[in-house]
Design a protein around this ligand. Structure first.
Ligand code: TYD
Ligand code: MG
Length: 455
């Protein structure tokens, strides 16, 4: 019989090594390798001499598949992020920092789907039933017909669900689940992977939608949901800045709908409430043009979202000036600063630079480049942009402005919110309605010259 080989798995990135080492070869983290016995124990068919597999059926690509039936929760923000409602048999992972509001969101979602007619089971591995009940009472959901359990043993949970199959199961969280067939501690990569695998297989086999909560931790102490992203159909991240009351549910993978779709929620004492017009929320009141403030006309998924980008530039007392960003990528800021210096003759050496996206939104779109550059120049020159003006466009390293998608969508949203002009790269599709002035620029130095009269 084949000897069971042990292996060492990095708890941070999941890299497998045959020997123990102090540092992981994959991610460079220290003391993250843990000994594990592989998932499949017992001799395989091949070892018994039956080397040939079974013949599988092949079919054509063409064929008529009806669209999957979907259940709407009634919460538009949630339904949109799911791709237009919940698909039976789908496995969904909801990741996020601890304490960001995942349990609250999912308890509210459970109640909403129960109201929509689904039979729902909520399994908490982190809290006792009394705690979940208390939360439900605080959220005003104590009457919802959701079945509750506090359990961490995966085998017991699956057996129970097999006997009384519901239509939606919520597992909070995947890191607390524990499979007695896997010989390693709860929360380790092997346990998380096997639990997610079994739940996904269960979802497919029984046509039950399974939602798993996963904590994201930077320390690598607990295996992050990253290691199971490839298994599930849909990956949603629940994000937001700690001090802000806004929370964003973002789809980063969806086999049943578009990705990069966001749902915006506001945290209140009585739980999360939907924000159906996020643009109004990410703009500061008054809308007065001030130095260092620029309104970016962005697009999140299929929806245009306007938000304010704020920059502060001040002389630095340090030999290495500070570069600080909230809601935007620090590397991208360095690039924009370099282009401003090299192509427009606007150095930021000796200046501290702070960049902030208002409202706790996190922007990943390159289309924000020009808005960021505009905020930086405006702060540096202490001169405001024209009032009621939105900005968008990607900046290339040569200093040229590149057109971005959905120009029309962005302009329409800006006009709806009372903006009267827009600065965009030339070359994009540009048909403007009356009352909206579109200023198209070919490169960054032209933009600096025209808007700030400098460069
Ligand atoms: P919780 O849902 O427990 O976060 P997670 O499951 O991601 O760890 O929420 C964390 C805390 O925030 C909890 O004490 C409840 C509180 N909270 C509110 O008061 N209102 C809200 O709208 C949300 C989302 C959370
Ligand atoms: Mg929780």
């Amino acid at each position: 019989m084949a000897r069971v080989q042990t292996r060492f798995v990095c708890q941070s990135c999941g890299t497998v090594a045959s020997k123990w080492a102090g540092q992981c070869e994959g991610c460079g983290e220290w003391n993250t390798l843990v000994e594990e016995t592989p998932l499949s124990s017992g001799p395989s068919k091949t070892a018994l001499g039956n080397a040939r597999g079974r013949r599988i059926g092949l079919t054509d690509l063409a064929g008529h598949e009806p669209p999957p039936p979907r259940t709407h929760s009634g919460a538009a923000e949630l339904d949109r992020v799911l791709g237009g409602g919940l698909v039976p048999g789908s496995a969904i992972l909801v990741g996020g920092d601890p304490g960001i509001g995942k349990s609250t969101l999912l308890l509210q979602a459970a109640a909403a789907f129960a109201r929509a007619g689904l039979s729902v089971v909520y399994v908490s591995g982190e809290e006792a039933t009394a705690q979940v009940r208390m939360r439900a009472r605080r959220l005003g959901l104590q009457e919802a017909s959701v079945q509750l359990a506090a359990e961490t043993n995966l085998r017991d949970i699956l057996t129970t669900l097999e006997e009384q199959p519901p239509q939606l199961v919520i597992i909070d969280s995947i890191q607390t689940m524990w499979n007695d067939r896997v010989d390693s501690a709860p929360g380790s990569v092997a346990q998380v992977r096997s639990a997610a695998h079994e739940l996904t297989v269960f979802a497919k086999k029984r046509g039950i939608a399974v939602v798993m909560v996963g904590h994201v931790t930077k320390e690598g102490q607990i295996a992050g949901p990253r290691v199971v992203e490839h298994m599930v159909d849909t990956v949603l991240y629940f994000e937001g800045e700690r001090g802000h009351q806004f929370r964003i549910l973002r789809s980063v993978k969806n086999r049943f709908g578009p990705t990069d779709e966001i749902g915006v929620f506001e945290m209140t004492g009585a739980g999360l409430s939907e924000v159906s017009n996020p643009s109004a929320l990410f703009l500061s009141e008054g809308g007065e043009a001030a130095p260092g403030q620029v309104v970016f006309a962005g697009v999140e998924g299929t929806r245009p979202v306007l938000c304010e980008i704020q920059a502060l530039v001040s002389p630095s007392p340090h030999s290495q000036p500070r570069r600080s960003t909230v809601g935007w990528d620090g590397g991208r800021l360095a690039m924009v600063l370099a282009v401003l210096e090299a192509r427009c003759g606007l150095p930021f050496a000796g200046l501290d630079v702070y960049l902030n996206v208002a409202g706790g939104l996190r922007i990943g779109e390159p289309a924000a480049d020009l808005a960021v550059a505009a905020a930086l120049i405006s702060a540096r020159e202490d001169s405001a942009l024209p009032p009621k003006c939105v900005v968008f466009g990607e900046i290339s390293l040569s200093g040229a402005l590149r057109p971005v998608g959905q120009t029309e969508n962005r302009l329409k949203e800006a006009q709806k919110l009372g903006f009267t002009s827009a600065i965009a790269p030339s070359g994009g599709k540009a048909s403007t309605d009356k009352g909206m002035r579109l200023m198209q620029m070919a490169d960054l130095s032209g933009f600096v010259g025209e808007i700030f009269g400098a460069g």
